[in-house]
Ligand binder design. Structure first.
Ligand code: NAD
Ligand code: UDP
Length: 318
């Protein structure tokens, strides 16, 4: 098949492209390199089955493809809040452009939505039927509401124009290739521990998240794309940890001597989050297989290699 991956040079997009290339598909990676980079797909450049297009999805594009995995959108609060209006344009205009493309060429369209559509949830864990508690005017709204509109657009194109859609709601995912300055908690804490600077904990660290390793998530993507159910389907790891527990785990694994530093909790930071994955288990026979410690070890190894001489001596290999 000929498959388009928007945001393909980013963290998750590049892992997805690896899987699709290994399965012998023709893959087009489309990216504006805002938070992605060529390095992530370097191994495929020059391969006759791979194309890389620098393009911003807020502008339309004409391509002939069978499937579209639509991932283009900055995912880290630091990056999506840097230019919030652009984030909304990416989610709304960008998603409309990609749905328009899917409609024209009759491609199956996969939307990378997010657990952020549940906002600061009053229901725990969060099933797909929960409609969410989202602030429309806060600093996270450009992303949360942008993704909610993206879901609405996908379902309206489906009902009105018969576009064949799949919608996944992704919960916090981590792994190799996250940017050093990504700003999300797992990469921040690992980079800080390797550099020997205090680990930043926002608030008192009692808020929770559930962390899924990238390869588990990508397996869920591929199963959902190739099944008959349109979604939305939660994909995430139900193992729930407080941020303080995560920080202590990384401190222990990388650099026990490094300090913890408490900083103010950002506005609208969700108190807790954990996916209900009953639907994915039943429908896709999917569940995560990589435990947190193992996923963290692999991610730490990747950062250790990329940071090279910036890694302090106290960050010993264990
Ligand atoms: P990422 O920031 O590493 O990747 C996003 C990619 O999209 C980057 O390569 C970026 O350059 C590209 N991009 C951004 N705006 C664009 C535009 N206007 N035009 C073209 N390309 C653009 O983030 P990620 O973690 O790989 O996330 C991928 C997708 O998954 C995003 O849609 C994100 O919202 C969603 N998601 C991720 C997580 C997670 O924990 N990683 C959780 C929920 C949802
Ligand atoms: N966080 C933290 N220290 C950091 C970065 C993030 O304590 O250096 C907290 C953040 O306030 C949130 C949680 O970790 O409660 C997850 O943040 P992240 O940005 O990774 O994802 P999201 O909030 O979008 O789930």
């Amino acid at each position: 098949m000929r498959i388009l991956v928007t945001g393909g040079a980013g963290f998750l997009g590049s892992h997805l492209i690896d899987r699709l290339m290994i399965a012998d598909h023709d893959v087009i990676c489309l990216d504006n390199f805002y938070t992605g980079n060529k390095q992530n797909v370097l191994q495929w450049i020059g391969n006759p089955k791979f194309d890389l297009i620098r393009h911003d999805i807020t502008e339309p594009i004409r391509l002939e493809v069978d499937q579209i995995y639509h991932l283009a959108c900055p995912a880290s609060p630091v990056h999506y809040q840097y230019n919030p209006v652009k984030t909304i344009k990416t989610n709304v205009l960008g998603t409309m452009n990609m749905l328009g493309l899917a409609k024209r060429v009759k491609a199956r369209f996969f939307l990378a939505s997010t657990s952020e559509v549940y906002g600061d949830p009053e229901v725990h864990p969060q099933p797909e039927s929960y409609r969410g508690s989202v602030n429309t005017i806060g600093i996270r709204s450009c992303y949360d509401e942008g993704k909610r509109v993206a879901e609405t657009l996908a379902f309206d194109y489906h009902r009105q124009n018969d576009v064949d859609i799949r919608v996944v709601r992704i919960f916090n995912t981590y792994g190799p290739r996250m940017l050093e300055n990504d700003g999300r908690v797992v990469s921040n804490l690992i980079v800080q521990a390797l550099k020997g600077v205090p680990l930043t904990i926002y608030g008192d660290g009692s808020q929770t998240r559930s962390f899924c390793y990238a390869s588990d998530l990508i397996e869920g993507f591929i199963r959902l794309m190739n099944c008959d159910y349109v979604g939305p389907v939660n994909i995430g790891n139900p193992g729930e940890y407080t941020i303080l527990q995560l920080a202590k785990t990384i401190q222990e694994m990388v650099n026990p001597g490094v300090a913890l530093k408490f900083e103010p909790l950002p506005q609208d930071d969700p108190r807790r989050r954990k996916p209900d994955i009953t639907l994915a288990q039943k429908l896709l026979d999917w569940e995560p297989t990589v435990p947190l410690q193992e996923g963290l070890s692999r991610t730490i190894a990747d950062f250790r290699q990329r940071l090279g001489s910036e890694v302090v001596a106290s960050a010993v290999l264990r």
